[in-house]
Each structure stands twice: as C-alpha cells, then as structure tokens.
Design a protein around this ligand. Structure first.
Ligand code: KIV
Length: 284
C-alpha cells in the first residue's frame, strides 16, 4: 500500500474529511498506529519528554530525530511520515534549516518536516519548500519557546489572537502544506481554520480544526500522572503494563514460569511433517 502524500492530505480539507495524526517514536508503535489507519505519523520532538525523560523538548538533537524517524518509517505502510525539526536546527539561518530538513528526508525517509513558529520562521519555511521539501507549520503554543512563553501556556487569548492568525497566514504564505495549531482557544482555532486554505491540525485547539494530533503515550494512557485538559485517554495502558509485568515477576519468583509449555524437549523430530518446535520464529 502506498503512503499518503501531501496531495492526499490537502484533498482532505477540500473533501471536508478530518486528518488523523498521532506521534510515534519506534517501529512497534508505528506498526500499531498504521494498522489502526491514522493518516499522518509525527516523530515529534516530544520524544525528549516521553522517551528521554527531559522536562522540555529543548535537548533533542537532529540525530535523535533521525534515529527515531528511521525506526518509525520501517513500521509504516500507509500513513504519511513527518519528522519534527528540533530546537536550533532551523532558527539560525534558512540555509541551516534547509540542510537539516534535507538530512531528515535523505537519511530517515521522512516525507515532510515540521517547524515551530510563524512570521519569524517564514523565511526558513520558504527556503525549505523552495527545495521541494513539504513543510508542516506549528503556531500557537510552541514548546521550543517554553522559556519565552513563561511555561507551557495557552496562547492567543484576547487581542493576542490576531498575532497567532498573522503567524498562521505567514506560514501558509511561505508554502507550508498544513499547520499545527497548539494550545489555542477553540474560537480562535476555528477562525484560523476558516481563513486558511491549507489544513489545520489541532492539539488543545478545540473541535473545528481540519485534523487532530495527540501524543501516542497520552492517548494510550501510558503515564497516568500526566493529564492536561486537552488530552483524552482512549486506554489506560499504564495499569495494563504494570499489571502484566507484576504477574510475570510473581510467576518467575514462584517458579510457575517458564513451565513445560514454554520449554524445549530433547526428542528430535522423527519425520519432517511433525511440527518443528525448535524453530524460533522471531529472535531479537
Ligand atoms: O513534538 C510533538 O509531538 C508535537 C505535537 C504534539 C504536535 O509537536
């Protein structure tokens, strides 16, 4: 099955079809979300927080994104693959930005890249797009500016809304094919979505965006201590995982695992039509 292209995603706005995006950081999760039928998979720099355990996305490097994007790409057969551009890979100059974006396409198999920022990032977006690399914009709450924003805070309240709209328009003007709207009042996100020709993908931006994105760890409930208002948990896998590992530990300690069913015997196969129990199908 072919991967969804930029044209397929743009058509969804025209056809009034929502775009479903989710993050993934490894091959196993990529296979699962692709099987579930999402349209776009983002290797977000959120990996700095949910995979690496940092308290912001700032320490993530281009090599980190390259490593995780390669792994995710091996697990996708239908979803479009977007790689996030980490902090300082595009802010210094449009030339730096193009070099980093080019590496993401050449070395990881990403089909598009995502950059945070509006008017100030527009020259970098234009330079990347000019080279034939599709760009996803990201305005509103931009986590790489956490210190400038004074924390992870909803943006665009009151008269600040006009600035966020200008940012979204600048991103579109620079050539981005869609834009993430993060942490915005629902009314403002609806206004931006109506004004833009390109699709908007919301996170914490209400129901009117052309698509939605969530961090896979959040929607799966892998960390139940993290529950901001915009996250809806569709599972509570933290309980499932801890319960399963506790059951395993109890069986190992009590001698119930491994049992005969999970062990190999001494007898050789007499005829080749007998089941080959010695064959280990997948070895890590
Ligand atoms: O890094 C990330 O995962 C993101 C999404 C939450 C939009 O930027």
């Amino acid at each position: 099955m072919a991967r969804l292209t930029v044209l397929d995603l743009l058509r969804k706005k025209t056809d009034n079809e929502k775009i479903v995006m989710v993050t993934a950081y490894d091959y196993t999760m990529a296979r699962l979300v692709d099987t579930a039928g999402v349209d776009m998979v983002l290797v977000g720099d959120s990996l700095g927080m949910v995979v690496q355990g940092h308290d912001s996305t700032l320490p993530v490097t281009l090599d980190d994104i390259l490593y995780h994007t390669r792994a995710v790409g091996r697990g996708l057969s239908r979803a479009h693959l977007t790689a996030d551009m980490p902090f300082l890979s595009y802010q210094v100059s449009p030339e730096d930005a193009l070099r980093a974006a080019g590496r993401l396409l050449k070395e990881s198999g990403a089909q598009s890249v995502k950059l945070e920022g509006g008017e100030r990032t527009a020259p970098a977006i234009a330079r990347i797009v000019e080279a034939g690399i599709p760009v996803v914009g990201h305005v509103g709450l931009t986590p790489q500016s956490v210190h400038a924003m004074g924390g992870f805070k909803v943006q665009g309240k009151g008269s600040e809304g006009d600035r966020v709209l200008r940012d979204a328009l600048a991103v579109q003007e620079a050539g981005a094919f869609c834009v993430v709207l993060e942490g915005l009042p629902a009314k403002l996100a609806a206004r931006i979505t109506a004004e833009l020709q390109i699709p908007t993908i919301g996170i914490g931006a209400g129901p009117s965006c052309d698509g939605q994105v969530l961090v896979c760890n959040d929607l799966l409930g892998l960390d139940l201590s993290f529950k901001p208002r915009f996250v809806k948990r569709y599972a509570e896998l933290q309980h499932t995982v801890v319960g399963a590992v506790q059951a395993y530990a109890a069986e190992v300690r009590g001698g119930a695992f491994p049992d005969a069913d999970h062990s190999f015997g001494m007898r050789k196969r007499a005829v080749s039509s007998e089941p080959d129990e010695d064959r280990i199908v997948k070895l890590y």
